[in-house]
Design a protein around this ligand. Structure first.
Ligand SMILES: [Zn+2]
Ligand SMILES: [Zn+2]
Ligand SMILES: [Zn+2]
Length: 245
């Protein structure tokens, strides 16, 4: 896949179009009801700086928590927004976040602070910035998963770290573009520093044993899948497994 093909696939995805459309609406609101320059810059800066930390905390303590599959109320969301992505990391349909989870999260994380900084105009600046940063995150996440080989060292490192999160040890490298929260909390690693591969890197701890007590994700997925996604795909003819997508 070339970068151009990747970019075309990216812009065709409805969630990306929704982020850009909502960002345009928010920017139109800012033009109509502008905050002071200082408040606007502060609201945008807050969003850009806080975003990696917000993503880190959500990824580590919500998406990789062991509570979401324990209730039928959250099992379906967890399966859609993270379990399926770790089960089949290069599957495009579950590569992007789901709007019904991302939009409220962005709004709650940045609008109140924006409002405190400079009223509704600054809140709209913060929201627009949050949407654009999310769209950028999704773009880099595409680069990490689709078969495109980056040359820029910054991109090469980013892709390596995320591949380790998916294929070596899921308990680390939670960042997408920024790894300063990983470094701060000590979860940043390079493969050599952790010789052992995590046994739960594809199932996130949702094993057959766990599924006996909390069956909802397994029921929705047609059983608990085992092994490497690529080998699973190769075995699909012998052992049929339902693909939810
Ligand atoms: Zn993850
Ligand atoms: Zn990923
Ligand atoms: Zn599919």
């Amino acid at each position: 896949m070339t970068l151009k093909e990747l970019t075309v696939a990216y812009f065709q995805y409805y969630a990306i179009q929704a982020y850009l459309l909502l960002a345009a609406v928010s920017i139109a609101y800012v033009v109509w009801n502008p905050p002071s320059l200082l408040a606007g810059v502060a609201a945008a800066a807050f969003t850009v700086l806080a975003y990696p930390m917000i993503w880190y905390l959500l990824h580590r303590y919500v998406l990789h928590s062991q509570w979401m599959y324990k209730s039928p109320l959250t099992a379906k969301v967890w399966k859609r927004i993270h379990y399926d992505h770790h089960q089949d990391p290069n599957h495009l349909e579950v590569l992007f976040g789901a709007l019904y989870t991302t939009l409220p999260t962005i709004a709650i994380s940045v609008i109140p602070v924006g409002w405190l900084i400079g009223g509704p105009g600054a809140a709209a600046v913060a929201f627009a910035t949050g949407l654009l940063v999310t769209a950028a995150y999704e773009y880099f996440h595409c680069i990490q998963h689709l078969s495109y080989k980056p040359k820029h060292p910054w991109l090469v490192n980013m892709k390596k770290r995320h591949m380790e999160h998916h294929f070596h040890d899921e308990n680390g490298n939670f960042g997408i573009t920024s790894f300063w929260p990983d470094r701060l909390f000590g979860s940043y690693y390079e493969r050599d520093e952790r010789p052992a591969k995590s046994a739960t890197v594809f199932n996130l701890g949702y094993t057959e044993e766990v599924a006996k007590s909390f069956p909802w994700v397994s029921r929705m997925s047609g059983g608990v899948a085992k092994g490497h996604p690529r080998k699973r795909a190769a075995n699909q003819n012998e052992k049929p497994r339902q693909d939810a997508a």
